[in-house]
Design a protein around this ligand. Structure first.
Ligand code: TA6
Length: 274
């Protein structure tokens, strides 16, 4: 049986749902608006990590290390660490401090704190990574945000023009994005290193502003039709209704000494017709 998720509500009706498993945000509805996050039609929401919402990847992004893809944080139950209201918004916090069965492969003391706040047109997700000691270690990771889009054919992402990126869908070549508006018309898996400027997702009348702090990189992912067939969480055609725009530490790991803390956040703000 799945543990009950946390539903965060703001006085204005904005709300977000956070699952116990992975502290994975599975839904975000801004005030007066509609669902903004994509969840795969066949995703096992609440039972285990799933493709949708906002999985937290830690301490490893993708397969670049000794752990399974995207690390262990998304596959473990997080503890509640408080909730309340602030500036007419609602918030809840969650903690994780054990690596479960993978502790032998990643033998470090750590504490993760995730704070999710919602209100008006905004969703804010803040991740802190703490090293309580005794030894230094390093990590990569991401807020692997799945945004719902009406139709990928009419979607564009602004803010990445002129930026270099690692094109994983093309076998890992480094290239530069020439066009100011990124349109997705094929399998896309890109790591933009050092992309800290705010982005804008354009989806017809709707715009979602995407701002980050702390995270040095941006990852954009859509599996497209062929790869979608291999994703058990997706039903045919789901790829048309999503794009991942991820706040990431992907290109180079962050090192943390004893008692050091790293913090990063991603803020999504709906503008126009939500
Ligand atoms: O962040 C993009 C990515 O690493 C892709 O390469 C793709 O594999 C995706 O994440 C989903 O990963 P998952 O482990 O959930 O299958």
């Amino acid at each position: 049986m799945s543990a009950e998720p946390t539903v965060i509500t703001a006085a204005d009706g904005a709300r977000a749902t956070v699952q116990v498993m992975g502290a994975q945000v599975s839904s975000w509805v801004p005030a007066g608006g509609a669902e903004q996050l994509f969840v795969g039609s066949r995703a096992p929401v609440g039972a285990k990590a799933f493709k949708g919402g906002v999985p937290v990847c830690f301490p490893q992004f993708a397969a670049q290390g000794p752990l399974p893809q995207h690390g262990f944080a998304r596959n473990l139950p997080w503890e509640p660490a408080g909730h309340g209201t602030e500036d007419a918004g609602g918030w809840a916090a969650f903690r994780l401090s054990n690596a479960g069965a993978l502790a032998s492969r990643w033998p470090h003391s750590f504490l993760l704190e995730l704070r999710v706040s919602v209100g008006g047109p905004r969703l804010d997700i803040a991740l802190s990574v703490i090293n309580p000691g005794p030894r230094a270690w390093y990590f990569t990771g991401a807020l692997h945000t799945y945004l719902r889009v009406d139709d990928i054919a009419h979607t564009g992402i602004e803010g990445l023009g002129g930026r270099p990126y690692l094109d994983k869908a093309a076998g890992g070549v480094e290239t530069v994005q020439a066009e100011p508006l990124l349109r997705i018309a094929a399998a896309t898996d890109r790591v933009y290193q050092g992309a800290r400027e705010p982005l804008r997702l354009r989806d017809g009348e709707r715009t979602v502003a995407i701002a980050t702090t702390g995270f040095p990189d941006v990852v954009v992912w859509n599996p497209w039709r062929e790869a979608e067939e291999r994703l058990s969480d997706f039903a045919p055609g789901d790829y048309r209704h999503m794009v991942c725009v991820e706040a990431a530490v992907a290109a180079a790991p962050v090192s943390l000494e004893r008692d050091e803390r790293w913090s990063g956040s991603q803020t999504l703000t709906v503008q126009g017709n939500a």
